[in-house]
Design a protein around this ligand. Structure first.
Ligand code: ADP
Ligand code: MG
Length: 689
C-alpha cells in the first residue's frame, strides 16, 4: 500500500516552505519538524495576551505588554557571551533595557536605531534595579501593521528559531491542508460538536479552542487504538512457535537470593505463554526495585534452552550497559554467550557482534535500539524483552517484533506504574503479570521535604554520610529549556563543581551529553563503590541499580513529575540498609506542588502515586502542556486521555471488527489517519507485515 495521494502536500519536506534554508533545518529537526504535516501539528504551547500601555508606570513586573519606546543607546557586553543591551525610553522618560543574547543582537542592531520610535512587545521584567524585556517578541516600526495582535500563540522553540518565524511557517502549512475524508464516527462527531480535521487544526493555532484541541486529541487516540488493534490482529495471525526449555541452563544459575513468590509466579506465566505457538504479548509490571531483571533473565534462558536467541532492549545506553554487566555476572555459571550492542559500537567490534547474532554463537544480546536496525539479522530470534517499555514508541516496538522469521515472543517490562487508562493506550490488550511483592528485607525509604535554603545543612549531611563510607546520589533540577539560559546540564555541572570542591575526587558526574567513555567511567567508579557521590541529571532516572547507595538528594523536587520522583527515589532502598530521600523544594511552591511533595513523603506505593498524579494534574493544566514522557501522545494530555480514550478505543474496535482490512469508505478514511499520525508505524502495518 502506498501513502494515499491526498496526503502528498502534507508530506512535502519543510524546505518547500518559504524562508526555510539550510540554517533553519537544524533547529526544525530538533523540534521534529521535518514535513509540512509536522509544522501544521506543531500546536501552540499556550497563548499570550498582551496589554497595550502608554508608559511603563502603567505596567506591572512580569506582565506581557506592548509599549512605544525610543532607543537611546546600544551597549555590547564586555565579555563575548554576555548580553547585548539596547537602552530605550518610554513616553514619560522611564528607561528600560532590551536585552539580547547570542546572535539575536544582530537583529537588535537593525531593528532598533537610536532616536527612532518603535512598538515593542514582550514580557516586562526586573533585572537588578533596571527594567528589562529579554528578547522582545515583536519590534515594529511606527504605524507598522499587526499591533492589534494582542493575543498570540506561543510555540515551543529550538535555538535558532523565533516565534515570528515559527508563526510564519505554521501560517504557510495551514494553507496547504487538504480536505480529508472524515474518519470519526459521524454520530460521535455530531454529539461532540467538533470541527472537521482541517478546521480543527486552523482553529487550534488561532486561539484557545477546546473543541478543536479535543478533536485533534481524539484523532490521536483513535489512531493509537487502531494501530494497537491491528498489531494484535496481526500478531494473532502470524505464526510464532512454541519455546519449551528443559531447565538445563536455569538449573545452573546461582542467584544470591531466593526468588519472591511474585517473581516465581510471573516466570511461570511467561513460561506458559512461550510454550504456546501464538506469540506471547505480555507486560511485566512491577514497582521500582521489584526485581524485574532476574525475571527477564529466566525468560531469556528459556528461549536459549529451546535453541533460540533472545534480545533485550533498554532505553538508554547507561541502562543497557548495566543490564549487560548484571546479566553476564548472573549467567556466568550457565556458559551462555551474552553480548552488548549499542549505537556506540562501530567497525570491527560491531561487525563481530553482527556475525555472532547471524551465526547463532551469541545467545543473548542486550542493547539500545541499535539492536533492531535493519543491518542487524538474527539466526533465530525467539524472545524480545523490552525494558522500561513506556520509553519506546509503538513504532519501535513494532519494528523489533518484525525481526526473525517467525514472530518472536515479546515480554515488555515497566517500572513506571501506569494508571489504568494509560495502560489501555500504551499496551492495548496485552496480558499482564504483576510483581506485587518486593524482595524481603526492604525497608521503607525515609522521605523528607527540606527547603532549598537549607542547602548548607544538606551538604553537611552528605559529608557525614559519605564520610561514614556510604554512597549517595545528587539529582539536579530539571530546568526548562529557555533561550540564552542555563539548562539541566549546566545546573548539574555547576553543582558537581561545587561538591567536588568540597569533597574532592570521590564525587563523579553523569549527564546525557558527556562522552560515552566518561559516562561509563563515572558509573563504573560509583558502582564499584570507589566514588561515593554521584551527581546527575535525570539520566539516572530509570533502572540504575547500585544497592549500596542509600541517600538520594533531589534538588528543586517540585519541578519533577510525581512518577519521575518515584523513579528517582527508587534508586535507593534497593538493599537491606535504611535509605533516605531528601526532596529539596524551592521557595515559591504552588498549592499543587506542595500536595505532590507531601504525597511523596507519605507513600511509597508506585501505583497510588501514579493515580494520584493523574488526579493532581487533572484538568488544571495549561492547554496542551505536555507534562509527561509517559504517554505515546503529542497532543492528547492526561485529562483528554482519561476523558476521550474509552470512546476512541470502542470506536476503533468496532471499526476493526467490522472491517479488518479497512476497505470500506470509513476504513479508507481511517487508513489516511494512520498514515497521517502513526508515522512509520501505520505505514508498516498497512504494508502488510
Ligand atoms: P527493577 O524491577 O526495578 O528492574 P531490579 O531487577 O533492578 O529491579 O532489582 C532490584 C534489586 O533487587 C537488584 O539489586 C536485584 O539484585 C535485587 N533482587 C531482585 N530479586 C530479588 C530477590 N528475590 N531477593 C532479593 N533481592 C532481589
Ligand atoms: Mg529495571
Amino acid at each position: 500500500m502506498r501513502r494515499p495521494d491526498i496526503l502528498n502536500p502534507l508530506f512535502a519536506e519543510v524546505e518547500m516552505l518559504d524562508g526555510v534554508g539550510p540554517k533553519l533545518k537544524k533547529p526544525l529537526d530538533r523540534l521534529g519538524l521535518e514535513r509540512v504535516r509536522d509544522v501544521a501539528y506543531h500546536l501552540p504551547e499556550r497563548f499570550v495576551t498582551r496589554r497595550l500601555v502608554d508608559n511603563l508606570d502603567e505596567a506591572g513586573e512580569g506582565e506581557q505588554i506592548v509599549v512605544r519606546l525610543t532607543p537611546t543607546e546600544h551597549r555590547s557586553s564586555r565579555n563575548q557571551r554576555g548580553p547585548y543591551r539596547v537602552l530605550a525610553q518610554d513616553a514619560v522618560g522611564n528607561v528600560l533595557a532590551l536585552t539580547y543574547f547570542g546572535r539575536a543582537s544582530y537583529t537588535a542592531k537593525k531593528q532598533l536605531p537610536v532616536g527612532e520610535t518603535r512598538w515593542v512587545a514582550g514580557k516586562l521584567e526586573r533585572y537588578g534595579d533596571m527594567l528589562q524585556i529579554v528578547h522582545p517578541d515583536h519590534v515594529l516600526e511606527e504605524g507598522g501593521a499587526g499591533l492589534q495582535r494582542l493575543c498570540e500563540p506561543v510555540y515551543s522553540l529550538a535555538e535558532g528559531l523565533t516565534q515570528p518565524k515559527v508563526a510564519s511557517l505554521v501560517a504557510q502549512a495551514i494553507t496547504l491542508l487538504p480536505e480529508l475524508p472524515e474518519w470519526i464516527e459521524p454520530s460521535q462527531l455530531e454529539r461532540a460538536g467538533w470541527p472537521s480535521w482541517s478546521g480543527a487544526l486552523k482553529l487550534a493555532h488561532r486561539a484557545e479552542n477546546v473543541s478543536a484541541r479535543d478533536r485533534l486529541a481524539y484523532d490521536e487516540l483513535l489512531a493509537n487504538s487502531l494501530a494497537l488493534m491491528l498489531v494484535r490482529a496481526d500478531n494473532r495471525a502470524r505464526k510464532g512457535r512454541a519455546l519449551v526449555g528443559d531447565g538445563g541452563l536455569r538449573g545452573k544459575l546461582q542467584l544470591p537470593f531466593p526468588l519472591t513468590g511474585a517473581q516465581q509466579r510471573s516466570i511461570g506465566e511467561i513460561e506458559g505463554d512461550m510454550a504456546q505457538e501464538a506469540p506471547m504479548l505480555r507486560l511485566l509490571q512491577g514497582d521500582v526495585g521489584a526485581g524485574k531483571t532476574v525475571v527477564a533473565l529466566e525468560a531469556m534462558l528459556v528461549a536459549v534452552e529451546a535453541g533460540a536467541q533472545a534480545a533485550m532492549l533498554a532505553p538508554t545506553e547507561l541502562l543497557a550497559r548495566q543490564h549487560f554487566e548484571t546479566l553476564r555476572a548472573m549467567a556466568r555459571p550457565t556458559g551462555v554467550e551474552i553480548a552488548l550492542l549499542t549505537g556506540r559500537d562501530k567497525g570491527r567490534a560491531r561487525e563481530s557482534i553482527l556475525m555472532g547474532l547471524l551465526d547463532g554463537s551469541i545467545d543473548i544480546v542486550v542493547g539500545t535500539h541499535a539492536i533492531f536496525q535493519d543491518s542487524v539479522a538474527y539466526k533465530d530470534l525467539g524472545l524480545i524483552v523490552i525494558d522500561e517499555q513506556h520509553r519506546f514508541g509503538v513504532a519501535q516496538r513494532l519494528m523489533l517484533a518484525k525481526k526473525g522469521r517467525r514472530a518472536p515472543h515479546t515480554l515488555a517490562m515497566t517500572a513506571t506504574p501506569i494508571p489504568r487508562t494509560l495502560t489501555l493506550a500504551n499496551y492495548g490488550e496485552m496480558d499482564v503479570s504483576r510483581l506485587d511483592e518486593l524482595p524481603p528485607g526492604r525497608q521503607a525509604i525515609d522521605t523528607r521535604v527540606v527547603g532549598q535554603d537549607r542547602l548548607v545543612d544538606v551538604v553537611e549531611g552528605i559529608g557525614r554520610h559519605i564520610g561514614g563510607g556510604q554512597q549517595a546520589y545528587w539529582v539536579c533540577p530539571m530546568v526548562r529549556e529557555a533561550e540564552g539560559q542555563s539548562d539541566d546540564i549546566a545546573a548539574a555541572e555547576a553543582r558537581y563543581a561545587a561538591l567536588k570542591e568540597r569533597f574532592g575526587d570521590t564525587v563523579v558526574l553523569v549527564h546525557g551529553q558527556l562522552a560515552p567513555e566518561m559516562k561509563d567511567a563515572a558509573m563504573a567508579r560509583f558502582a564499584s563503590g570507589e566514588a561515593k557521590l554521584l551527581v546527575a541529571t535525570t539520566v539516572i532516572e530509570v533502572g540504575v541499580d547500585v544497592p549500596a547507595a542509600t541517600l538520594m538528594v533531589i534538588e528543586q523536587a517540585e519541578r519533577f513529575g510525581l512518577a519521575q520522583l518515584h523513579q528517582l527515589r527508587g534508586r535507593v532502598g534497593r538493599g537491606s540498609e535504611k535509605s533516605v530521600c531528601l526532596l529539596l523544594r524551592g521557595e515559591q511552591l504552588s498549592e499543587t506542588g506542595r500536595a505532590r511533595l507531601a504525597l511523596m513523603r507519605e507513600t511509597q506505593d508506585g501505583f497510588s502515586i501514579a493515580e494520584e498524579d493523574l488526579e493532581l494534574r487533572g484538568g488544571g493544566e495549561l492547554l496542551g502542556t505536555r507534562q509527561s514522557g509517559d504517554t505515546p501522545f503529542r497532543i492528547a494530555d492526561l485529562e483528554q486521555i482519561q476523558r476521550l480514550l474509552p470512546a476512541a478505543h470502542d470506536d476503533a474496535r468496532l471499526l476493526v471488527e467490522r472491517d479488518g482490512g479497512l476497505s470500506s469508505t470509513r476504513g479508507e478514511a481511517a487508513q489516511i489517519l494512520l498514515y497521517l499520525l502513526e508515522r512509520d508505524y501505520g505505514v508498516q502495518l498497512l504494508r502488510g507485515g
